[in-house]
Design a protein around this ligand. Structure first.
Ligand code: PRP
Length: 209
């Protein structure tokens, strides 16, 4: 038998949602439930092992071919780009990219260059380029909502899921940028070398999401 198909899962919610799909397929994921601090885990009933990693690293591992496939959010894909196939929209991990400002702020008014804070500077840059607006972008690592409150930025480009974080901090969405959900990505060489196996798995995933 071939070495196991190695799939990188984004740790946390996407990992849990993927495991739920695998369990609906009938795979035994007890190694993931009982992982402790272990990071490479065999899946029972399939020639698969999963690797648990941070979102950006899922893409790095798949691009370099040390993992054959991965599950990662469209947000990370849009920010990092890269060379791999995006085969399936898994439909979970749904949220969206939006531009938000302080409630009632006239973001598009005036002629001064606006400052945007984001954990996703490339997504922010591409968006403002697409609407032909010059902005200054500041990279922030987390809790981006703080930036307009501290007057560092006029607006933020960030992920909105329920909208609670914005609401509780007096911010509001002024533009929707893009929908986000989890994607199944595959290394370009792996898809050639293990095409049948990957296609079979994709069929099973699609039937169980
Ligand atoms: C994300 C995002 C928002 C929040 C949106 O942050 O950056 O802050 O979730 O969710 P909501 O619309 O349901 O309130 P995350 O929790 O990943 O933490 P971070 O800000 O530290 O990155």
């Amino acid at each position: 038998m071939n070495r196991p198909l190695r799939i990188a899962l984004t740790k946390g919610r996407l990992e849990k949602d993927t495991v739920a799909v695998f369990e609906r397929i009938g795979y035994d994921c007890s190694s993931v439930h009982e992982k402790g601090r272990k990071l490479i885990l065999p899946i029972g009933g399939a020639n698969i092992e999963v690797v648990l990693a941070k979102a950006n690293d899922v893409i790095t591992y798949v691009e370099h071919g040390v993992c054959d496939a991965g599950v990662v959010g469209k947000d990370t894909i849009m920010e990092m780009q890269g060379k791999y196939f995006e085969l399936v929209d898994l439909g979970f991990g749904k949220c969206r990219f939006a531009l938000a400002t302080k409630k009632g702020a006239d973001f598009f008014g005036g002629y001064d260059i606006k400052t945007i804070a984001s954990k996703y500077p490339n997504v922010a840059r591409n968006y403002f380029e697409s609407i032909g607006m010059d902005v200054e972008i500041v990279k922030i690592e987390g809790s981006v909502e703080l930036a307009p409150l501290l007057e560092l930025a006029d607006g933020i480009v960030d992920i909105v899921e329920t909208g609670t974080t914005l609401k509780e901090n007096g911010l509001e969405v002024v533009r929707e940028i893009a929908p986000i959900s989890a994607r199944f990505i595959v290394n370009t060489v792996s898809l050639k070398l293990r095409q049948q196996e990957i296609e079979d798995l994709v069929k099973l995933i699609k039937a169980n999401i």
